[in-house]
Design a protein around this ligand. Sequence first.
Ligand code: AMP
Ligand code: MG
Length: 492
Amino acid sequence: MSKIISEISKTGWRFNNSYARLPEMMFSRLNPVPSKAPKLIILNETLSEELGLNFCDVKDDHLALMFAGNLLPQGSECIAQAYAGHQFGHFTILGDGRAIMIGEHVAKNNKKFDIQFKGSGQTPYSRDADGRAALGPMLREYIVSEAIHSLGIPTTRSLAVVTTGESIIRETFLPGAILTRVASSHIRVGTFQYAAIKGDINSLKTLVNYAIDRHYPNLKNLNNPTLGLLNTVMEKQIELVTHWMRVGFIHGVMNTDNMAISGETIDYGPCAFMDTYNPETVFSSIDHNGRYAYFNQPGITKWNLTRFAESLILLIDENKDRAIDILKENINKFGEIYKKHWLNMMRKKLGLIGEKTEDENLINELLSWMNSNNADYTNTFCSLAKKNILSFKMFQNNKFTDWYQRWKNRLKMNNKTMEFSLSLMHENNPYVIPRNHKVEEALDAASNHNNLEPFKKLLKNLKKPYDNHSEMKDYQSPPLPCNKIYKTYCGT
Ligand code: AMP
Ligand code: MG
């Protein structure tokens, strides 16, 4: 055993465990529950390299023991983090109920990355649940997070998936699995909510300073770094949700515990990408009222940031009313900032340069045409870059041709070449997204038929989403009516 530990410790791991130096109430110390017979399913070699890790000389069986948490690399210090959160609007004390962070790996340029095993057994925060995860949902997180990364959107990453050799009970018996998640940190809005509800102002202050040091050290020079943190997180979250809107991504569970202050997409559960454009699209089987529908995502981002602001009240001003006024004034800037980001993002999707007053109408009219004509969100934007767009039947209607003419006229006002506009469009409109029917097909083959080929093929096709290749055709088509997936499940 000690030989294997020394072997895996030579792969480049460099641990720093700064989170474990925070006040003790912020976490619990415990190791992952060992798995019975771990087996390596997939290892992300590109990410390993980016992190300065080299697993080439380690046997798969030994890697499986490491990524299951049965054998831990030297220097790791295992904890489950405490946090709270508003889940579908209701406040609850949560915490890592099925995840263990083994430490922060210090990569090249001294950048720190949390290394977390998700599905690694019960913790003090498990609340009667089993602490485990199933293979399907862990592969779903792997594929969608890697796709989001390739789309140029901030996200946590996936380093590996192992199966545990144990079955877990959900509606049926499912193969248990553990995902190794890599994040620039797991500090969430819910982490601040937890510190605030405990009413210990010193711990809250320590957490705020820690978050600033770790993510936004420049804020230390401001008069009010806490307010600076709120505004910076707001900016980051606006950038993030604008990206999601750009590619038609629906997170599905935008609870405050699933909002990282780093601005990375985190916690891939019943998430999915929209095929047909419909702003009311909801996939999650548990989102009965459409709280986290596509078009609600910016509003929910603001709602979550307001909960973040509330958790900072004690640090803003001794006078509570004054603190609330200051926070409100800042949060109320959300609408204007978001709208600016959204308009600019949509302008890029349409190749528009500069700002014209008619842009907003032009954008909204296209979206409304797409909605009433059941047009595919991704493919419509790709079609706009084609010279022969009007030869396709679905675009041969007066409403569209009228809009198209007005768009062409607006493009003339760009004062740049058409090539410039086209390259802007290509950079902002992906050809391929992880369409849900393809994701489900790959997960079904992997989980139920022991066949990882469709998963690997899909993964490969999602690597360069802004390039158009003929072999991608199958991944670009919207689902046939019989393959349409309306519901996705948390799989917890
Ligand atoms: P999530 O929906 O993944 O954001 O999880 C919400 C909360 O439920 C977190 O505190 C998780 O740690 C916890 N949780 C989810 N699934 C499990 C599970 N199988 N066992 C224990 N805790 C879980
Ligand atoms: Mg969560």
